[in-house]
Structures are given as C-alpha cells and as structure tokens.
Ligand binder design. Sequence first.
Ligand SMILES: [Zn+2]
Length: 469
Amino acid sequence: MGTENDHNTASVLKPNIDICSPSFLSILSSPRLRLSLCAADCRLNTGHAGVLLVERRGSYPLIDLRSLKTNAQQGEVESGTRRKVKRLLSFQRYCHASRLLRGLVPHTPGSLHLLDDDYLGQAAHMLSKVGMWNFDIFLFDRLTNGNSLVTLMCHLFNVYGLIHHFQLDMVKLHRFLGMVQEDYHSQNPYHNAVHAADVTQAMYCYLKEAKLAEHLSPLDMFLGLIAAAAHDVDHPGVNQPFLIKTGHHLAALYQNTSVLERHHWKSTVGMLRESGLLSHLPADMSQDMEQQLGSLILATDISRQNEFLLTFRDHLDNRDLDLQLPSHRHFILQIALKCADVCNPCRDWELSRQWSERVCEEFYQQGDLERKFDLEISPLCNQQADSIPAIQDGFISYIVEPLFEGWHRFTEPSLLSRTMMGHLHKNKTRWGHLRYAQSPADTQKHPHAEEPEPEGGSGGGEEDGEDIP
Ligand SMILES: [Zn+2]
C-alpha cells in the first residue's frame, strides 16, 4: 500500500488536521509544494557533470538516533550510542548473511530454491495462479521461506521472456534481486520485502490488463516489474518528516524533497550497477533505463498525487491516450505503479485488514519513538488518538478511491477493476462501521453507525469468485 503515501501524507499535515477533512489532499497539492517538488526534480536528477549519482549500498541501514539527543547529553551518549549502532549493524549483517544462506544462492534456472518439497510444490502451484487478484502474498512468502520477492520476480521474468530478450545473466539477475530483497528491512511491519512482492504481483495484474497488455514492449514490462520490486528498498520504517526533524543525512542530501523515493531510486541504480545486470547493454540504453526507473519510483510520492490525478483525468476526458506512444505508456506505467502501491484496500477483507494493521503498527512505532524523544508526534502516528479504522477511512476516501476511479475508467472497466472497486467499497464501509463503533461520541455524526456490519467478515463478498483468471 502506499503507506509511504500515508507517511508522506502525514508529513504535510498540521497536527490538528482531521485526516478525513477535504484539506487532506488540498495541502498535498498546494502550488508551493508542487513548485518545490518540480524544482527539486530538475536539481537532483543528475550530478554536476550530468552523471547520475547513486548511493552506496547500506549507506543508512539504521536511523541514527544520535541527532535526537540534547547537546548536554551529547558527549556521554555519543560513544555509547556509537557502540550500540555498531552492534546493531553487525547484527544486521549477521541476519543478512544467514538469510542469504537459506535460499538465495542460484540453484536451478527455475524460480524456486532450497525448500522442502511440499512447500516447493505449493509455492509452484501458487505461481501458476500469480495473475489472480486473490493471490495470498503472505502465504507465498511463508512457502518460499521469506524469499517471495526474488521467487516472484524470477518467475515473472520467465513468463515475459525478459531473460532471453535482454540476454540477462542469471547469476547477475539473482545477485541483483537478492540485494533488493535483502535491503528491505524485515523488522518493518509494513515497508518490507513482502510489501514489495505484493506491489509487484499487483503490477503484474495491471500489466495484463487488455487495455494495456497489447501495447507493452519488453522494456516496459522490465521497467514496470523492477520499479515495483524496488520502489521502497531500504525504507527505514519512518516517514520523511521524521528524517527531516531528526537531521538525517538523507533529508539534507535530497533537500527535504521526495527524500525516501529518491533514496529508493538511487539505491536501486547502485544495485543494478553493483550486480552488473545491465553491463552488457549499450551505455545510453542502460542510462535511459535508470532514468525511467527513477521517474516511475518518484511517481509513488503521494505528495504528487494531485499532479498525476489531474493529468490522468484530462487524458480520460479528452480520450487522447495513445499507447503507441512511449511517453503515454510511461505515464500509464506510473499510474499503474501508484495503483499497485496503494491497492491494499482493493484486496479482499482478510488480506486488506492485515495490511492495514501492519501499516498502522509502523505508524505507531514512529509515534512511540517521537514520544520517547520528546518530539511532536506526527499525524496518524498516535496510537491513543488515531485508530486503525479512522486512518483507513481517510486513506481510502482521499487517496485510494480517487486514483482507482481513474483506473476504473481507463480499463473501461475490466473485470479486475470491477472486482477491485467492489472490495474497495465494501472495505471502506466496514472500516466506517468499525470506526464509529469504536468511538461512541461520534456515533450520532455517522449516518450508518447503527447498521449491521457486512456479513461473513469479508469485504470481497460475492465478487471473490470473479477474480481474473
Ligand atoms: Zn510502497
């Protein structure tokens, strides 16, 4: 889900703003904000000599809490914290190494690794239905022993014939995908490799849409899948305002603008180069691929939501999208990635609910950190004040629904779109019921507060069986 979206959303809200007020989006789309984003886009894409700057891998595996200490404490805390950070870093390296040993080593040309035969069979069976909207990524991650992202990407690259088309070296491909998966933080409740795998699976479903599929080139598919897989890589589990107010070096590096998204992109480029995955391609081609990946990943910055929505609606109103044009296909890939990133509320209730709880847990963890260090608690991050149903209600109404209404029109609408909208509306109703059931004081304000909850506990209802084949 675009909870980085939630994060970024939180970044521009004043503390006392109701997330469900119309100002939720208007603040995001203020001209001043958009201007600064555009300016930063121009400034930061390249280095002085026009050469794309990349970030060293692992350049910030942990949030550096030293900046939260007062000057008086600084001296004594410095050495102690440095020791702790060092210990954590070595622990993280140990975890990485042990995860690498348990299944990322290239094994066969296929997608599955060192797994129990039963699990392997079940995972392979799941992959045969990877284009279904009710694909359970949590189960798939368990069956693949935590390697859902690598396994899924290898499979989809095979499905699309991308390995053959781009003459990719399998060892380099595994090395690249392994690095991407490992650089997600498994301790993040939400922004981890399973979220990346989930977004990738959704992206694959969107790339299969009839409206789009026949026009896509191998390059489009390659970029769409890589961008989905890497769009949150090395996410620290806190949002941009947190990085800014704690003086994190990335905030300074990217001048407080699309800080996380730029880091995800530059890290991806760093890993592409380190793995040598594209080293056999002409330099201008690999550079173009890197730039396009940046444009796709930066589109997931939710503070640019209105900019994309307005353009999308204009195209739909004027019926002027020409998918023969690479630039129009690129725009639709950006929209598809944005949709994939925030599609959690469009899944059936059981999957959707799990994602909602995870993202709120991550928000609350940030709130706890802020409380601990006497920082102002960010919007949506206060467990005592911001309930999960309230956060989800606002997120669906002001972020997810407007975007998917556009996608619904674009697909004219497809069976998948109708299924997603069905889930979205049912899940929204359900969160609404839960929200007002939890806060009796608000009951009178909510017109449907007395109505029973949807039956069966599923947001999917009768449409569960209609998923795309
Ligand atoms: Zn994401």
